[in-house]
Design a protein around this ligand. Sequence first.
Ligand SMILES: *Cc1c(COP(=O)(O)O)cnc(C)c1O
Length: 379
Amino acid sequence: MPFALPDIGDEEIQEVVDCLRSGWITTGPKTKQFEQEFARYIGDGVEAISVNSATAGLHLALEALGVGPGDEVIVPTLTFTATAEVVRYLGADPVLVDIDPVSMNVDVNTIKAAISSRTKVIMPVHYAGLACDMDAILDLAQASGLRVVEDAAHAFPTRYKGKLIGTLASDITVFSFYANKTMTTGEGGMVITRDPKLAERIKIMRIHGISRDAFDRYVSKTPAWFYEVVAPGFKYNLTDIASALGIHQLRKIDRFLLRRQHLAYAYFEGLQGLPLTMPAGTSEHGSHAWHLFVVRLTAKARLGRDELIQKLSEHGIGTSVHYIPLHRHPYWRDTYHLTAEQFPHADAAYQSMLSLPLYTSMTDADQQRVISTLHELLS
Ligand SMILES: *Cc1c(COP(=O)(O)O)cnc(C)c1O
C-alpha cells in the first residue's frame, strides 16, 4: 500500500487518446479548455494560467512581481524545497520562518519578525491542505507594502472563511498537479491571478518571452509564422496530453474531496487513544483539502518515528515524511548558516511526524488495516 496514488479513470484515458489522435499534442485546445474550466471552478473572475509544474508557476509568479537580487522572500521552513528554490532562481534570498505547532502553518507574528527593509514577498504554504490564517497575513502584507504569493500546492480545493484559495486578496496563487497531489496531470500546475498585468507577464515568460503562444498564432488572423520575443523567457507551458488528464480530474475534484474527508475522519476516529498528535482539522476559519494526513508521535510512544516507519513498511504500508525542513538540508543550512534552534516547532514536528496513506482509491478495508496495524505497533 503506497502513501499516495493517482486516481485515473477511463475518461482521462479516452481524452488522452483523443489528444494523441488529434495531431495536437503540445499546448493547444485542450489546455485552453482546461484553463477556462479551472478558472470557472475557482470563480470570482480569476485568470488561470497553466504551467508544466507548480515550481515553474512559483518562479513565474516571483518574476512577474519583479523579485531580483537583493530582495528577500519569506518562506516557511516546513515545505518542499521548490517554494524556496524559485527565490534563488531570481538571485533573491528566501528568509525561512518557523511554523505554528498546532496548525503547522506559518504564523503571522513569526512572519512579522522576519520582515526587513529588503523583504518583497510573503509566500505562505497551506500545509497539508489546511488554509493559513490569510486575513492576518494579507493585513500584514498591506501594512508593510509587501506582495503575497500563495503556494497552494496542497490546497485544491481549500476554503478560507468560505472563500476558495485562489480568490483571496493575494497577488498570485499557484496550484500543483504533481502525481501525488489532490488532482494530477502527471506533472503540471496552475497560476491564478486577478491582475491583468501580472497575467500578461506570466503568459509571456511561460513561453520563451514570446508575445503569442503557438495555438494563438494557429487560430488568429495574422500570419501564423509571425511572433516577437520581448524577454528571455522560460519553457514552462503545459501540454495538451497533460491537460486532457486535468479536464477530467477537475470534474472529479469534489468527489475526490469527499473521499479524502471521509478517510481523514475515519483516521481521527480509528486512531483515538494512541500516542499520536492528530493534525489540525477544518477550523472556524478554514477548510482542509486533506492532501496529507500527518500525525506526530508523542513522547509516550514506545517506538521512535523511524522505527515506526520501518515497521509499517514491513507490514506493507507506505508512509512518508513531509517534510525534512529546509533548514536541515545542506544547501539551505550552509548557505544561510541555519540551525535547528532557530526553528524549534518545525524541527520538533519533523522529528516525530509521518504521513499516513491517504488517496481516493484507498478502500475502507485498506484504511482499517493501517489503523489496526498502528494499534498493534503502538498500543
Ligand atoms: C509539490 C509541491 C510543490 C511543487 O509542485 P510541482 O508541481 O511538483 O512543481 C511546491 N510546493 C509544495 C508545498 C509542494 O508540495
